[in-house]
Design a protein around this ligand. Structure first.
Ligand SMILES: Nc1nc2c(ncn2[C@@H]2O[C@H](COP(=O)(O)OP(=O)(O)OP(=O)(O)O)[C@@H](O)[C@H]2O)c(=O)[nH]1
Ligand SMILES: [Mg+2]
Length: 191
């Protein structure tokens, strides 16, 4: 598969994730600043399809991008800081859970973007638990691998894989596009 067309369709703030065309969804979750929006830009080969920022909290809606007229990338706002207080405070996080648990539009897969330098955090583990409880297909993307030397990256990836058990872990760099072919293949296997 080659991604040849990517267009912004809509940003959703409410609980309505339904789009009339019934095309499959691929969802991107992860902590604020892990690089969800950057990974999408890198996959579609457009620098600024999705706005990114050094400041966490850039993405504030669930943004739908139609890819190749055949499926959607759904870029979610990041979760961050203390999950329990955010659960009470942040409506958007509640909506992520609504999408994961109750929406009739089930994503074909959830790509969990983490910072390879940070590894899995408590928030990611909570997210994985909820995703697994709801029987979602998960792939972990260890992004920002460009910040590590080759040797350190290999070690980091195998320790993340060990912790993730049977959830596949892919190394990635939205900056250098390392891992893009592999990730594109993975996406093609779901849509
Ligand atoms: N070096 C490096 N920096 C990256 C990479 N991916 C993202 N970044 C940087 O990390 C910061 C956050 O990226 P975003 O794509 O906005 O992160 P996000 O996960 O969408 O963040 P929220 O929308 O706040 O949840 C930006 O400054 C990016 O340039 C990467 O692979 N390598
Ligand atoms: Mg973002």
């Amino acid at each position: 598969m080659k991604i040849s067309k990517a267009e912004f369709v809509k940003g959703v703030i409410g609980d309505d994730y339904g789009l009339e065309d019934n095309l499959p969804h691929i969802a991107f979750f992860g902590r604020s600043n892990a690089g969800k929006s950057s990974v999408i830009n890198s996959l579609v080969g457009k620098k600024d399809l999705v706005k990114t920022s050094k400041m966490p909290g850039k993405t504030r809606e669930a943004n739908f991008f139609r890819i190749n007229d055949s499926f959607y990338f759904v870029d979610f706002p990041g979760y961050g800081y203390a999950m329990s207080s955010i659960l009470k405070r942040n409506k958007m996080i509640k909506r992520i859970f609504w999408y994961v648990e109750f929406s009739n539009v089930r994503p074909k897969a959830v790509f969990l973007i983490i910072d390879a330098n940070v590894g899995l955090t408590a928030l990611d583990r909570d997210m994985i638990e909820i995703l697994e409880a709801n029987k979602h297909q998960i792939v972990i993307i260890a992004n920002k691998i460009d910040k590590l030397t080759k040797g350190a990256a290999g070690k980091r990836l195998s320790s993340i894989q060990k912790e993730a058990r049977d959830i596949p872990v892919l190394g990635y760099s939205a900056k250098t596009n390392e891992g893009k072919d592999e990730l594109t293949k993975k996406i093609a296997s779901f849509v």
